[in-house]
Write a protein that binds this ligand. Sequence first.
Ligand code: ADP
Ligand code: MG
Length: 228
Amino acid sequence: MEEQLKKSETLSVVGELAAGIAHEIRNPMTALKGFIQLLEDGIQEDHSMYFNIISSELERIDSIINEFLILSKPQAVKFIRKDITEIMKETVDFLKAQAVLHNVQIQTFFEKELPFIFCEPNQMKKVFINLIKNAIEVMPKGGTVTVRMESALNHTIHISIKDQGAGISKDQIKKLGQPFFTTKEKGTGLGLMVTYKIIEEHKGSIVAESEMGVGSIFHIYLPVYKEK
Ligand code: ADP
Ligand code: MG
């Protein structure tokens, strides 16, 4: 019974996503058709603006499809006992170049000898990449991203990622994690959906806290690994 319920839930999620992707791709396609029509009519001499818009719309479609391929690819999921500090260090190193380009500094505070967690390291890395990228992207003039990891109550590890960006309004906080919710011109609105899903699969929790004009903090709690 429970299994059946799960299956139909999965199906409706897939259906929702399929409808979403159709919608998301149709919008830029309509725009593309319009611009091609304008080019055909040859009303305007200078075509460079059209080409810019066309290529950025195509890029958008491309990133939506890419994110979907990642989602639908049957990945070998292997949960192991792991030091989360290691995963976070690798992620931060990986994102340093991008941070520097945006004038952003990534500061880390990791409690020493944190307990292990039981996780799928690649998925965990994806979570950290998504959150740190969002933090970088919300500070177009630069700033500091602060990443903390410490042990917390109830045998959990608390991970927080803090930015000094514009903040998230109360209305928008409710929409975080919904597929295709984005306020970015080139956003896909899929990063947080994937992030929330992965945290759920790890029996953890994630919550966003934000103050307009000051910044946001994403808090993650993950259960520590228990020897059986
Ligand atoms: P994308 O980054 O492609 O827009 P995400 O799922 O990663 O998609 O994020 C969805 C939306 O949530 C963003 O467009 C933005 O409006 C909001 N958001 C996420 N992280 C932050 C943040 N750190 N500060 C402000 N807004 C954020
Ligand atoms: Mg994102």
